[in-house]
Design a protein around this ligand. Sequence first.
Ligand SMILES: N[C@@H](CCC(=O)N[C@@H](CS)C(=O)NCC(=O)O)C(=O)O
Length: 201
Amino acid sequence: MKIYGDVISPFVRMCLVTAHEAGLQGKFEFVKTNVKPDEVNPVLHRLSPVAKVPVLETDHGHGVHDSRVIIEYLVHTSGHTTLLPHDGVKRFRILTLQALAQGGADAAVSLRYEQAARPAEKRWPEFHDRQKQRVLDVVGDLERNWMDVLSGVNVGAICTACMLGYLDFRHDALQWRKAAPNLAAFEKDFAARDSMKAWSL
Ligand SMILES: N[C@@H](CCC(=O)N[C@@H](CS)C(=O)NCC(=O)O)C(=O)O
């Protein structure tokens, strides 16, 4: 199988780190692929009309997307079910943590596009500020309500660590650690894992 994308994307990194934690090193090819929000990449478009990264191409040539489905595909393929257990209570708590981290990453990427890609004459300050507040609200919720799930190595923790790594990479000015000391400790520990270092920014 092939995974298309760039590790700079938090969603791509979430998939690559999951693949590593699932023991799939050497079982997939990483195809570095660039995207811009105002252009269509034909390689991606062949596999997904949405044409965002990441996209996974199976050995049968089928496109699998988006990152949520790719992560599930990788866990399923590897059989490493501790990353996403079958037990209902654990599973849906982890999936909700994953959705929370991915919602934060969505807002962080939107914020980046507002700051770096949108032409100055088309700026929309209220939308910009809403994305920023959404990121901070996600960080606050993680700090208050999710430290128990973040203590394990699961897909929710992987997505959270990659989302926070992206905040450090693109949005240092947010200073998210100031109001989230427990989350900061989680990030420091998780960033030291081989999987995160293998796919570092
Ligand atoms: N919901 C998607 C989001 C992926 C996404 O936003 N990818 C960005 C890069 S971080 C992208 O491809 N942007 C190009 C575009 O918006 O056209 C997922 O989870 O995979």
